[in-house]
Every structure is written in structure tokens, then in C-alpha cells.
Design a protein around this ligand. Structure first.
Ligand SMILES: Cc1cc2nc3c(=O)[nH]c(=O)nc-3n(C[C@H](O)[C@H](O)[C@H](O)COP(=O)(O)OP(=O)(O)OC[C@H]3O[C@@H](n4cnc5c(N)ncnc54)[C@H](O)[C@@H]3O)c2cc1C
Length: 432
């Protein structure tokens, strides 16, 4: 029986008249001429950025060619077919970059985006706090004005990749006398200062991809505030809508977390990465369906009609997540940014993760109980399986996505008491 292939592209996006076929040909030609695994990683990423093939749907000059979603996908497929290594991936590309593109001044865009698209700078996201996760608007980290600078004091937590980050996207309270959603501002903070203390946290996967971050009178220049003073909640919602978008153009297919040596050849870099890739990076880099195919193939599970049925369901869910038209609809309605409807796709992603995990482990039989290097395939699929519960939490929990859909898409009433809380100054709110 044949392989269950990922569905073909549909032509549902006609925002840009450049035909996907023409783009595919041009990209193929470029990659055939330029791809060389012996190049240093930094040089390869710079070439990708300069040519606009790094993130083809992004603006020209910032690693892209302003292509439509469909044409950009054709270019990415051309790259993959040739086997060329992808652009940098991580919080920098899928969260910081689209937010800076939307709200950044020209000076901020010129300063930060080129070093994101060529992989020079790693970024992290400093949103969650011990007392403010789902209720993020309740955050207590304070930003106090001191001349041309802001002094930041507080604690953040679950900050992925913060131990390697040069910069952080940070939300902090600039006016505690405003209602909780209104007194927040958004900053681009330099993580490499003594007043920023990053402490890694070990997860049940065994990796330490995320951290707690203590800010003890850290400094940010006012010119590194993103968006208007007190408007940080709106800016943060843009970041989160990109985080919940399963087809975020900044989410690449290379490992997402970890320090990188840009002087290493791409060949050595990928070899060093090898099976060390963690479950978190695999979830974000989207390569898991290939790993699932490998493990089901290794155990001859695809001969079983029930396994094939479950696999077909996963392929169908993936098609829905990527090409259902929901993303386009949500994005167009919200002026080019993913809107609240994108929460449906985030929920679908969590469910898909669980189904992939269950199918892969079932297919392996008793081998599914192993962990680490002894497990089939060097334990890569098992690392992903251990990470899957996190997918229903990161970027807002499943329950929160359902609340968003209920309240902001279907117009259901808000939770009892929430309206009153939204009007009270943050300083008067009860805190745990
Ligand atoms: C792998 C991973 C990576 C992460 N990376 C980052 C990062 O880089 N930067 C960052 O800032 N944060 C990060 N986070 C944090 C993440 O955003 C929070 O964990 C998430 O928002 C939930 O907050 P919490 O953990 O405080 O849970 P809580 O908000 O305490 O929720 C606990 C439980 O209560 C439920 N709940 C809470 N409120 C409601 C409600 N109103 N209605 C119904 N149910 C509710 C939740 O659904 C959940 O089940 C990451 C998390 C994970 C798992």
C-alpha cells in the first residue's frame, strides 16, 4: 500500500499575482546554484536572507519577497526538494519578528530584523509570571520611568530559550493605577546585562529548554518600547496570535532552541544536531509526521488497517490546520494578523499532537515504553511524546483557547465578575 502523502497545495490565496509555479521554478534555480552544505552556517543564513528565500512571504529587505502564502509555500517546497538547510527558527523568527514588523518604528525594524533573519540574535519571550499565566493581564513586573530609560523589576517564568537569548520581548506594568489590561507596555530588552538573572528549569523530558528569569532593576531605553505607552496588551495579543498560528511563516523546519555556532559548516551543524534534537524543537519544526512515518514503517504498522485509518485522520487534521481556509479568513478579518479564530487551529494542533503520540507509541508495542537512546530511532519520537502535554499549555492553554472562541468569536458572555475586574485599577485587584 502506498504512503499516506501530505496533501497538495490549494490555490485559495490570490493576494499576490506571482504564480506559485513561477516562484517554484525561480527558487529551484536559485537553490541549485547556491546550496552548499560546506558553507559556514552564518554565511548560508546570510545568503538566504539577502536573496529573500529565507522567509519568502516577509517584506523585501527583511529576508523575504512579499510573496503570497501559496507562492511562499511553493518556494519552501522547492528548497526542501533540493535538501537545502532552512532559515533560523525560534522565538526570534515566529514571535519577535512579526510583532516588530507590525508595531516597530523604522529604526527598530532596521536595528533588529536583519539580525533575526540571518540568525545572529536569539530572542526569548518574557510574558508569563508565577502569578500571571492564563490571566496574563494580571502581571506584576513593574517598569518605572527614569529619564530616557525604564527600570524593570519582577519575575518571569517558563521562558523558552532565555538562557541563550540576546534579547527578550517583555511586557511589564507601566501604570498600576490603570485597569489591568491598560497599564501594560511592551519592551525589547537586552538580556545580556547583570540585572537579568536566567535560571534554567528542567522539564519531565529531561531537557531544560525553559527558564525562570529574575529582573532586578534591569534597564531598557524608551526607544526600545514597542508600540504606544500603555498599549502593550494589544501588542502582546499580536504576538500571541502568531504563537497560536500553526502555519506561522516564521516557524521554520530547523531546530528551534539552543545556541548556534555560526562559523560551523552547515553539514557539521546538522550532524551535531543529529538525534540530539529535543521534543520541543521537533514539535515546533513540524518534522514529526516524518518521524511518525519512520516509526510506523519500522514496526510494519502501516499494514494494519486501523493504524492506516488513524494515520489518515492525522493527515486530514493536518490538511485542515494548514489549508482549511480558516487561517486565511482569520487573518484577512484582522487586517493581516491572525485573529481570535486562530484559536481553533491551536486547539487542533494540540489534539493532533496527542493523536500522533498515541499512534506512534501504539505502533511500537512494548518498545513504546522505552525512553532515551535505547528507544527506537534513538528516542526522538519518545522525546516528542513526552513533550506533547506542553502543546496544550504553551501559548495559552486549551481551556483559554475555548474561552477566546466562546467570547470573542461566538459572542458568549464573559466569565462572571470579569467585567467589573476589567474596570478596576490593577493596584486594587486582589492578588494571590
Ligand atoms: C513548553 C512551554 C513553553 C513556554 N514558553 C513560554 C515562553 O517562552 N514565554 C512565556 O512567557 N511563557 C511561556 N510558557 C508559559 C505558558 O504561556 C503558560 O504556561 C500558560 O499561559 C498557562 O499559564 P500557567 O502555567 O500559569 O497556568 P494557569 O494559568 O495557572 O492555569 C492552570 C490551569 O487552570 C486553567 N485555567 C486558568 N484560567 C482559566 C479560565 N479562565 N478558564 C478555564 N480554565 C482556566 C488552565 O487552563 C490550566 O489548566 C510556556 C509554557 C510551556 C508549557
Amino acid at each position: 500500500m502506498g504512503q499516506l502523502a501530505v496533501p497538495p497545495e490549494c490555490d485559495d490565496d490570490v493576494m499576490n499575482s506571482t504564480s506559485p509555479e513561477a516562484v517554484r521554478n525561480e527558487a529551484t534555480d536559485w537553490f541549485e546554484r547556491h546550496w552548499d552544505p560546506e558553507l559556514p552556517l552564518g554565511r548560508w543564513w546570510q545568503l538566504l536572507a539577502d536573496s529573500g528565500w529565507a522567509f519568502p512571504s516577509w517584506p523585501e529587505g527583511f529576508g523575504g519577497r512579499a510573496l503570497s502564502a501559496v507562492a511562499a509555500r511553493a518556494a519552501i517546497q522547492a528548497r526542501r526538494q533540493i535538501g537545502a538547510f532552512g532559515p533560523p527558527n525560534g522565538v526570534a523568527t515566529f514571535l519577535a519578528a512579526p510583532t516588530i514588523m507590525r508595531y516597530g518604528s523604522q529604526a527598530q525594524q532596521d536595528r533588529y530584523l536583519p539580525r533575526i533573519v540571518n540568525g545572529q540574535d536569539i530572542w526569548c519571550q518574557l510574558f508569563s509570571e508565577p502569578g500571571a499565566g492564563s490571566d496574563m493581564a494580571g502581571l506584576a513586573t513593574r517598569a518605572t520611568r527614569d529619564g530616557d530609560e525604564w527600570v524593570i523589576t519582577g519575575q518571569k517564568v517558563w521562558n523558552s530559550g532565555a538562557q541563550w537569548a540576546k534579547y527578550g520581548i517583555l511586557i511589564a506594568r507601566t501604570d498600576p493605577e490603570q485597569p489591568k489590561h491598560r497599564g501594560i507596555s511592551y519592551f525589547l530588552i537586552d538580556m545580556e546585562q547583570d540585572a537579568v538573572d536566567v535560571r534554567p528549569l528542567r522539564e519531565m523530558t529531561g531537557d531544560a529548554a525553559f527558564n525562570e528569569v529574575f529582573l532586578n532593576e534591569a534597564r531598557v531605553a524608551d526607544e526600545d518600547r514597542l508600540g504606544d505607552l500603555g498599549d502593550g496588551w494589544r501588542v502582546a495579543m499580536t504576538t500571541l496570535s502568531h504563537e497560536r498560528d500553526p502555519d506561522n511563516p516564521g516557524m521554520g523546519d530547523t531546530a528551534a532552541f539552543g545556541s548556534v555556532d555560526l562559523t560551523m559548516t552547515v553539514k557539521d551543524h546538522t550532524a551535531a544536531l543529529g538525534s540530539k534534537i529535543d521534543g520541543f524543537s521537533l514539535a515546533l519544526s513540524g518534522g514529526v509526521t516524518k518521524v511518525l512515518e519512520d516509526v510506523t514503517g519500522q514496526f510494519n504498522a502501516l499494514n494494519d488497517p486501523i493504524v492506516r485509518q488513524r494515520m489518515a485522520k492525522i493527515v486530514e487534521m493536518r490538511r485542515n490546520a494548514k489549508w482549511s481556509g480558516m487561517r486565511t479568513a482569520a487573518t484577512v478579518k484582522s487586517g493581516g494578523q491572525p485573529g481570535p479564530e486562530i484559536s481553533t487551529l491551536k486547539l487542533l494542533g494540540s489534539e493532533m499532537g496527542r493523536q500522533i503520540r498515541d499512534l506512534g507509541l501504539d505502533a511500537m508495542g512494548p518498545h513504546g515504553m522505552l525512553y532515551g537512546e535505547d528507544a527506537p530511532g534513538g528516542g526522538l519520537f519518545h522525546a516528542y511524546s513526552m513533550f506533547t502535554p506542553a502543546q496544550s499549555i504553551a501559548g495559552g492553554t486549551d481551556e483559554v483557547q475555548r474561552n477566546i472562541m466562546g467570547e470573542r468569536v461566538h459572542g458568549l458572555p464573559r466569565e462572571p465578575g470579569e467585567k467589573e475586574q476589567r474596570e478596576l485599577p490593577w493596584s486594587e485587584l486582589p492578588r494571590s
